[in-house]
Design a protein around this ligand. Sequence first.
Ligand SMILES: NC(=O)c1ccc[n+]([C@@H]2O[C@H](COP(=O)([O-])OP(=O)(O)OC[C@H]3O[C@@H](n4cnc5c(N)ncnc54)[C@H](OP(=O)(O)O)[C@@H]3O)[C@@H](O)[C@H]2O)c1
Length: 285
Amino acid sequence: MRIVVTGAQGQLGRDLQQILQGQQLTLLDLPAFDLTHRDCGRQIAEAAPDVVIHAGAHTDVDGAERDPGLAMAINADGTERVARAAAQVGARLICISTDYVFDGRGTRPYVETDQTNPVSAYGASKCAGEERALACCENSLVVRTAWLYGVQGKNFVKTMLQLAADRPSLRVVADQQGCPTFAEDLARMIGQLATHPVRGILHVTNEGHCSWHEFATEIMRQSGLDVSVEPITTADMPRPARRPAYSVLSVERLHHLGFRMPSWQDALQRFLLALPARSSVASRG
Ligand SMILES: NC(=O)c1ccc[n+]([C@@H]2O[C@H](COP(=O)([O-])OP(=O)(O)OC[C@H]3O[C@@H](n4cnc5c(N)ncnc54)[C@H](OP(=O)(O)O)[C@@H]3O)[C@@H](O)[C@H]2O)c1
């Protein structure tokens, strides 16, 4: 199968490369491939792919608040270019999106058909990207995921381990709930969905949910680090972009398709085993 991956050097993109190694891959990313360039779709079409996995995005949530135009140019206009190119060559499009399309005022896990209402510029740009993907490519699947962390790239788990190496205690937000998701598990599921006929929107996260504080506490416990994790509120740590307080995604539709992701605790354990620098971080703690 011929597969184009955008954002191929990103956190998820690197795991997609690993998982899909047996396929004919065309790996696209900055600087040679730029979603803001009008003709970037040509690079996709030239590869004549069967599937396009669109993981490229402007993912700096706070940065998007300072420059919402750039976030829109990449996440909405860029996604439209990718979707048009996929449609042009009759490829299936898998477009990666986010729990941040919701406002977080919900009290039960969000299903795919729930009303979106982003509260940040990043969320708004990704929401617009979803709409463009679905409108411009008939055979498209929008995969919403959340709280992503992988062995490659910057993420919450690595930040917590780095902070724990230098500090006796950490302060972590306890009033935001979500679904931590291991990029390798997501990449494996995307690989399966590449040949599945499902279309529309699909939520894919590791099973279960927690607060950032619970997540950090579990990271310390599984790493054997004797570092206390103090719960704080979102108001205690103001940031440029608002985050949804409750962005738990329901994975019922995924279950109905016959798929199930591992629990977030199990995923964390495998991530920690796979993280090359872990032993040196732990010994400094
Ligand atoms: N990270 C999360 O917690 C999270 C949660 C939910 C959903 N998602 C979604 O999951 C997907 C993958 O996220 P990730 O964590 O792997 O993100 P990432 O590590 O930031 O990877 C995104 C990739 O896209 C590239 N990119 C940025 N601007 C571009 C442009 N103008 N043209 C072409 N490529 C460009 C980035 O390059 P540079 O690094 O050089 O900018 C990077 O290689 C994204 O769609 C994201 O919105 C992420």
